[in-house]
Design a binder for this molecule. Structure first.
Ligand code: TRP
Ligand code: SF4
Length: 400
């Protein structure tokens, strides 16, 4: 509703690997330069599936934050915080639960999928059913309009949009809404009032999405509107009532093109990762022993890079010249697999070196990270409280 705001969270899985780096973290680093960004550790979400192992959470939280920082997530550009240190997330989760149809939660596809997949875990809890609603609270409490997540999270975003629409529908009504909205239009000044009304008609009569867009940016440029009028005018564009909560958009994160060492997706559970903290000797060893095209039994057997996970690494790391060299050398059996792997090792080591260094600095002085997070939590608490005030009021809890 206001300026663009990006929010994303990660469950505390401990130290991260190159798959996270090339998928999520590089994207965060790019986003923090373009938008106001909030990135947080979803530690409560970890408890929805691991409520019986609380002892692993804390170390995982700090290790993960250190890896974010090492990868270039910058606390001077983005706000970094921990979910459980912003208790308003829980308050909003509770309030939203009042109006959340049970069937909506039961129908979120990840609910049944995960229960079927993770049979070794007890997932028939209230907390696990509520996982997507807690995620909605995370997003809606900051009125974030852009949420970078992977494809697996798309159903949770769709669910969040539905919750936000339902909330606005239930609580965005006020006595005399239309009159108040018309009053607010007048406050825009004659030229802008006219433009607003024209754009609103274009959208409502012809469904012209670009008119809606234009009207929204017109409102975003208004400095002197009160919060109430702003919500009315945004809501009035689309009909209904006030827009108290913002419907978030998914910013789909492209899945990392880099596979794990065995060619499958890089994942801790497949034991095929290179972690951001991997020491150089271990990186060399892991790449040297990586499987290659099985057809190349001997050095003189020609191979096909398309059947080789090492080639996927070249696609991520190598320039065109090197890629041509791999293609020709492999297909004509002019190079050995160890020759082929050497530039990959070099590139990973070059990429890793500054991260490795920064991780060491943060590990040596834990107060650095503690301070960054304390700062971020303070900012996040302030932002969350602003929205909570409107929400409490809308739900009849505005008294003191
Ligand atoms: N469920 C997300 C995941 O597993 C983590 C998450 C929690 C999140 N709350 C969020 C992501 C809010 C984006 C926005 O990846
Ligand atoms: Fe794979 Fe390179 Fe060996 Fe070809 S030469 S099989 S691409 S490691």
């Amino acid at each position: 509703m206001f300026a663009d705001r990006v929010l994303s969270g990660m469950r505390p899985t401990g130290s991260l690997h190159l798959g996270h780096y090339h998928g999520v973290l590089k994207n965060w680093v790019k986003l923090q330069q373009q938008y106001e960004c909030l990135f947080f550790v979803a530690d409560w979400h970890a408890l929805t599936t691991h409520y019986d192992s609380p002892e692993i959470i804390e170390q995982n939280v700090w290790d993960m934050v250190i890896d974010w920082l090492a990868a270039g997530v910058d606390p001077s550009q983005a706000t970094l915080f921990i979910q459980s240190k912003v208790p308003a997330h829980a308050e909003l989760y509770l309030l939203l639960s009042m109006m959340t149809p049970l069937g909506w939660l039961e129908r979120v596809p990840t609910y049944k999928d995960q229960q079927e997949k993770l049979t070794e875990k007890d997932l028939s809890t209230y907390g696990f059913l509520g996982y997507p609603l807690l995620q909605s609270a995370d997003i809606l409490i900051y009125r974030a309009n852009l949420v970078p997540v992977g494809e697996d999270q798309a159903p949770h975003l769709e669910f969040t949009r539905e919750i936000s629409r339902r909330f606005n529908h239930l609580y965005g009504k006020e006595a005399g809404f239309e009159e108040k909205a018309e009053q607010a239009i007048k406050k825009l000044g004659s030229k802008k009032s006219k433009l607003y009304t024209e754009l609103r008609n274009l959208y409502q009569e012809q469904g012209d999405a670009s008119a809606l867009e234009e009207a929204r940016s017109l409102l975003n440029e208004q400095q002197n509107l009160s919060l109430g009028d702003r919500e009315r005018l945004f809501g009035y564009l689309e009909g209904g009532g006030k827009m108290i909560l913002t419907e978030p958009e998914t910013l789909l994160t492209e899945t990392s093109k880099m596979p794990g060492l065995d060619g499958q997706k890089m994942s801790k559970s497949y034991n095929n990762t290179i972690s951001l903290r991997e020491d150089p000797e271990s990186i060399r060893k892991k790449i040297r022993t990586m499987p290659t095209d099985p057809a190349r039994v001997r050095r003189s057997d020609p191979g096909d890079p398309n059947r080789c996970p090492v080639w996927q690494f070249h696609l991520v790391y190598s320039d065109e010249n090197t890629q041509d060299w791999v293609q020709r050398g492999c297909r004509n059996a002019e190079i050995g697999c160890l020759d082929c792997k050497a530039p990959v090792i070099d590139m990973i080591l070059v990429e890793q070196a500054p991260m490795y260094e920064r991780i060491r600095e943060y590990e040596e002085d834990p107060t650095l990270v503690r301070n960054i997070i304390a700062d971020g939590c303070e900012k996040a608490n302030k932002l969350a409280d602003e929205t909570m005030r409107d929400i409490r009021e809308a739900m009849g809890l505005g008294y003191s």
